[in-house]
Design a binder for this molecule. Structure first.
Ligand SMILES: Cc1ncc(COP(=O)(O)O)c(C=O)c1O
Length: 326
């Protein structure tokens, strides 16, 4: 069902998905590039990120399989966005939700989950880590705390790194929505990887439709382990991914046509450019994806049509130095 044409939805859960696809023609022409960038405004989901989709899918898959019982507590390790999605879905469906998050993530995320009724457990960062930047070592500490809480509460873990609902949300919805909205052939797709769920789900759909569509994984400069490079700088500000985890279970290597490295600085500059030139207020990883798409138009996919996801809202970074008053 197309939510824009229906008159009434039974809850915020049904408002997840069917986000607009917008052409970034101003940004492309200002950069003097040839081709098109089509951007999916995932920050218009109820929790202001694409992760609402996987939250809904993981919970509804678990309900359907009998793995999640009425009244059971739900727990997840989150950089904030999956947690916000789960907080929304759990509030509507009546589950208690515990979000376990690194103190390295921005405080807006913790406040929003708490406002949505979640219990938020903040985990100290590893020695040497910087506030505002979450490294693989920080993530390992959050993982340990999450395991402990799941065992103590006999909870259901909505594990975004393991549950197929993550990939399925993008395979069943995000990818097909893009194909229906674009109305033209898609030459390229590039996606900054956290769990790899959105890359895997969308790339699979695009290649099924047109095997010539080229799909690129985006990683932070200095932490491009998926591309097989050593980690020279694990700290970067692109929250939600770039954890330097070499094996992401959802990603089918056959769907990867290349790798693109984007620095934190370029991701931030591009997010600012997106706001100024297109009136689109999105976060760091959206900036990374658009920067990668620009690079493709400047090189091997010049003249082509590239699709990107704008993963979350710029509002989630008001406490960071992404937005300074000019
Ligand atoms: C803002 C943001 N960007 C990108 C990602 C990475 O998405 P995926 O886990 O589908 O690879 C996430 C994941 O949490 C995110 O929160």
């Amino acid at each position: 069902m197309d939510k824009w044409h229906s008159t009434l939805l039974p809850s915020a859960v049904e408002a997840i998905g069917q986000t607009p696809l917008v052409e970034l023609s101003r940004l492309v022409s200002r950069a003097g590039l040839r081709g098109r960038i089509l951007a999916k405004l995932e920050f218009l989901n109820p929790g202001f990120s694409k992760k609402d989709r996987i939250a809904r899918q993981m919970i509804e898959d678990a309900e359907a399989a009998g793995q999640l019982r009425p009244g059971q507590t739900v727990v997840e390790l989150t950089s904030g966005n999956t947690g916000t999605g789960l907080a929304i879905v759990c509030a509507v469906k009546g589950y208690h939700f515990v979000a376990v998050m690194s103190k390295g993530n921005s405080i807006e995320r913790a406040r929003m989950m708490s406002a949505l009724g979640a219990e938020v457990v903040l985990v100290d960062q590893a020695p040497g880590s910087r506030p505002g930047e979450v490294s693989g070592a920080d993530l390992a500490l959050v993982e340990r705390a999450t395991d402990r809480i799941v065992a103590e509460r006999a909870a259901f873990r909505a594990d975004q790194f393991k549950l197929a609902g993550n990939l399925r949300a993008h395979y069943l919805h995000t990818g097909p929505e893009i194909l229906a909205q674009a109305g033209c052939a898609i030459d390229g797709f590039c996606d900054f990887a956290g769990t790899g769920g959105s890359f895997a789900g969308c790339a699979a759909v695009f290649k099924e439709r047109n095997p010539a569509t080229r799909c690129f994984l985006v990683e932070p400069e200095g932490a491009a382990v998926l591309a097989g490079k050593p980690v020279t700088n694990p700290n970067h500000p692109i929250q939600g991914g770039g954890y330097a985890i070499p094996d992401l279970r959802f990603i089918n290597r056959a769907d990867i046509d290349g790798y693109i490295e984007i620095s934190g600085m370029l991701a931030a500059e591009t997010a600012r450019e997106l706001a100024r030139t297109e009136g689109i207020f999105a976060g760091f990883s959206a900036g990374a994806n658009v920067a990668a798409a620009k690079r493709l138009l400047d090189t091997e996919l010049s003249g082509g049509t590239i699709v990107v996801l704008l993963n979350d809202s710029g509002l989630k970074y008001l406490s960071t130095d992404l937005w300074a008053v000019a």
